[in-house]
Write a protein that binds this ligand. Structure first.
Ligand SMILES: [Zn+2]
Length: 411
């Protein structure tokens, strides 16, 4: 995506602020003798920033605005080592809500909707982001947070919630509970705004059909405001993102060279107007591509494709590079398996082995199904997994991010 003159001007302001604050990135720029950029070429020479840089800045090393302007912090859940702390000014909080309001509007949600927010509240950016955007829109928020499915469903019925904000795995869990309890008639949901994890077409179809709702994918990460920097539209051809707040480029995850629109690579984000903690060329490790051309919905905002996985999810099996999304693509061709699956990679007798667990109901021949799936993986991706077919409902469902890939080689 070509950077515009306005965006370059905005980047230069971010650079000035970072240098003045003497933050880690400001120092990087000073060391490289850079005080501004005037072209795409110069922009693409700016150093990247990484989660590790952000961790090293713990606790408040990212703070770029004066203390009196900081109104809040958020933190990304670090499973390893130090968390990342992102300071926000009042303008950052407001900008985020404006972006999120646009997301709801893109999904056709109005101030007459009742929005049930199930992502968590607290240090992370999920629940409060969904809430602030909904309040900016003027909708009624039902701030549930995660878990407590009984109460969740009770409020959904009593409040006649029309919009569900959720992770895909929790939406699936709710859909299954609603079916099990036979309460479909008392549910008034029309739309789902689903964020924070990658999900397959199959799971999407199941949630959409069982709840009878339209689904919208929302994109975002704590380091860059939080969820709400982009969302899919009714055409469902990728997610529009707000290029007056962020600039997105796609780079090759190995060479780090920018790659053309339309091709798959790692998403790199630059904030354009952030005050509390601006980030330049932040490597998200999300895999996607810019979708070229105009969207049929008429929106002028550019599009990022559905996130295909993480660049660090790349598995190397018997010398072949594999992404979980490729396995998912194969499973889509088998209507007899459910949307749940699990990949376990181990090192057995000197060889890398992938065991692929899938679920089905009792009506098919498990051995035959396993053989057909293994054969398709071999012909599409180039190696043969050990496929294990289990009864429907045996694979773990989670209220948090599903952990679908378990690499036992490093445990
Ligand atoms: Zn569109």
């Amino acid at each position: 995506m070509q950077i515009t003159a306005t965006q370059l001007e905005q980047v230069n302001k971010q650079i000035l602020a970072l240098v003045a604050a003497g933050s880690f990135y400001g120092k990087k720029l000073e060391d490289a003798g850079i005080s501004g950029v005037s072209s795409q070429e110069e922009f693409e020479k700016l150093p990247f920033s990484e989660k590790n840089d952000l961790r090293e800045a713990y606790p408040l090393g990212l703070m770029t605005a004066p203390e009196e302007k900081i109104v809040r912090i958020h933190s990304s859940s670090g499973t390893t080592g130090l968390p990342v702390i992102i300071p926000y000014t009042a303008k950052d909080v407001d900008d985020w809500a404006i972006m999120f309001k646009r997301c709801y509007e893109m999904a056709g949600i109005t101030n007459m909707d009742r929005i049930q927010v199930t992502p968590g509240y607290g240090l992370w950016t999920a629940g409060i982001g969904f809430q602030n955007g909904a309040e900016k829109l003027g909708a009624m928020v039902i701030p549930m947070g995660p878990g407590n499915t009984d109460k969740q469903l009770q409020m959904m019925m009593d409040m006649k919630s029309t919009v569900l904000c959720s992770t895909s795995s929790y939406a699936l869990l709710l859909a299954e509970e609603i079916e099990k309890r036979g309460i479909q008639e008392q549910i008034h949901l029309k739309k789902g705004v689903i964020g924070s994890e990658r999900w397959g077409e199959k799971m999407r179809k199941r949630i959409s059909e069982e709840l009878g709702i339209e689904l919208y994918d929302i994109y975002g990460l704590t380091e860059i405001y939080g969820p709400g920097i982009g969302i899919s539209c009714k055409e469902d051809t990728g997610m529009h993102y707000w290029d007056d707040y962020i600039y997105i480029e796609i780079v090759d995850p190995v060479t780090l060279k920018p790659i053309p629109d339309g091709e798959l690579g790692e998403v790199v984000i630059t904030t354009l107007v952030k005050e509390g903690a601006p980030l330049i060329r932040y490597r998200t490790h999300d895999l996607s591509r810019i979708i070229p051309g105009e969207c049929a919905c008429g929106s002028r905002f550019p599009r990022l494709d559905t996130i295909m996985g993480r660049s660090d999810d790349m598995m190397k099996i018997k010398g072949v590079n594999v992404f979980p999304s490729q396995i998912e693509e194969v499973l889509k061709e088998f209507p007899e398996v459910s949307s749940e699956y699990q990949i376990r990679i181990s090192h057995l007798d000197g060889k890398d082995t992938m065991r692929l667990y899938v679920e089905t109901n009792g009506s098919v021949d498990f051995m035959d199904l396993a053989k057909r799936i293994a054969g398709t993986v071999k012909s599409r991706i180039g190696f043969t997994p050990l496929v294990k077919v289990v009864e429907l409902g045996l694979l773990p469902r989670s209220e948090k991010k599903s952990k679908r890939v378990i690499d036992e080689r490093y445990e």
